[in-house]
Design a protein. Structure first.
Length: 94
């Protein structure tokens, strides 16, 4: 199932918010947050479709992996007329 909920807060052991991540969505096996399996990151109207994750997005995607407690992101880039979807994890793969 696809979900998009605005943002995910990550708390420290005392309950203080230490990170807020706003992903473009994620897939879950069930309706529970803990069943999240894959994050989704979409970049629209790029000058060209990306064949690899751009370096400038590396930290953003790492924080999404951490906040959602998943190991994979589907990264979609689109020019408006052409799109590409790549699976990315700690080591980028196409």
């Amino acid at each position: 199932m696809f979900f998009e909920e605005g943002c995910v807060r990550v708390n420290d052991a005392e309950g203080n918010v230490i990170m807020v991540v706003s992903s473009d969505g994620y897939f879950r096996k069930y309706e529970t947050f803990k069943s999240t399996t894959v994050a989704i990151e979409i970049k629209c109207l790029a000058r060209q479709v990306h064949t690899d994750l751009p370096e400038r997005l590396y930290l953003q995607c790492q924080t999404e992996l951490k906040a959602l407690a998943v190991r994979r992101i589907l990264y979609v880039s689109s020019t408006g007329t052409e799109s590409k979807c790549s699976e990315w994890s700690e080591t980028p793969t196409s």
